[in-house]
Design a protein around this ligand. Structure first.
Ligand code: NDP
Length: 246
């Protein structure tokens, strides 16, 4: 997977939605998916950031993307239904879904975790990917070859002191991925997997490790081959896997 060499037009004719597409790994993934031929739906809470990614994709000559502003902390089940209806109306299909958006919160002992922040992280990191998958499932089922990717973390795969709600939501996303994968394997063409990106040079990483020299870490653009593999047709038959990007 790590030495994967994707075809230039790997994602031609595919429509893929990326959450948190305005910054960090999500922005890099959105551009990379578009470069490989996908029509990308850029979902995020900051229109200004999404517009920058949109412009970069357009200037690169890739298929025209779309912007869907949504604050995952505030979104209601009805908002997700409206999103699904819009995707159906505008594109008539959905072939991929990358759950990338997340909040880090504060690294703090579990017994002192701020309850407001706890609820915020549960909403953005866990409830949102559940509600989004659920709302988009009818569209994904119509695709001949659909792929859903959750984003995990090393601290989701093994609990570590002070990672609190972040670690818990990431562990829960891995488990949710496995449940979806198991339930959808028999009767649909939808595969569901997760990626731990590993340490990557982004704002979130810098917040978690303020003393670290970012230049020692790979840029988001450098860790995307597993993303391409899982979202493209070469991963057909791979489902329920907890993968790592590095
Ligand atoms: P960033 O903080 O750089 O990007 C996160 C993205 O999520 C941003 O675009 C952010 O939007 C968006 N987001 C946050 N809250 C919301 C919300 N309420 N509604 C909509 N969008 C929201 O993080 P990374 O790129 O580093 O992380 C990407 C993924 O990779 C995350 O799931 C993270 O947990 C995971 N990860 C990252 C690692 C790393 O080393 N970087 C390591 C392990 C896992 P905005 O720009 O508006 O804040």
């Amino acid at each position: 997977m790590h030495n994967y060499k994707p075809a230039a037009d790997l994602l031609k004719d595919r429509v893929i939605l990326v959450t948190g597409a305005g910054d960090g790994i999500g922005a890099a993934a959105a551009k990379c998916l578009a470069t490989h031929g996908a029509t990308v739906i850029l979902l995020g809470r900051s229109v200004r950031k999404l517009e920058k990614v949109y412009d970069a994709i357009e200037q690169g000559g890739a298929p025209q993307p779309a912007i869907y502003p949504l604050n995952l902390e505030k979104a209601t089940p009805q908002n997700y239904e409206e999103l699904a209806a819009t995707v159906e109306k505008e594109f008539g299909r959905l072939d991929g879904l990358l759950h990338n958006a997340a909040l880090l919160g504060t690294l703090t002992p579990l017994d002192q975790y701020d309850l407001k922040q706890w609820a915020q992280l549960m909403q953005v990191n866990l409830h949102a990917p559940y509600l989004l998958t659920r709302a988009l499932l009818p569209l994904l089922k119509q695709s001949a070859d659909a792929s859903v990717v959750f984003t995990s973390s090393s601290v989701g795969r093994k609990g570590r002191a002070y990672w609190g709600a972040y670690g818990i939501t990431k562990a829960a996303c891995d488990n949710m991925m496995e449940i979806w994968a198991d339930e959808l394997e028999a009767n649909t063409a939808i595969r569901v997997n997760s990626i731990d990106p590993g340490a990557v040079r982004t704002a979130m990483r810098a917040k978690a490790y303020p003393g670290e020299d970012p230049n020692t870490l790979p840029r988001p653009e450098e860790i995307l081959s597993v993303y391409l593999y899982l979202l493209g047709p070469d991963s057909r038959g791979t489902t329920g896997e907890r993968t790592s990007a590095q």
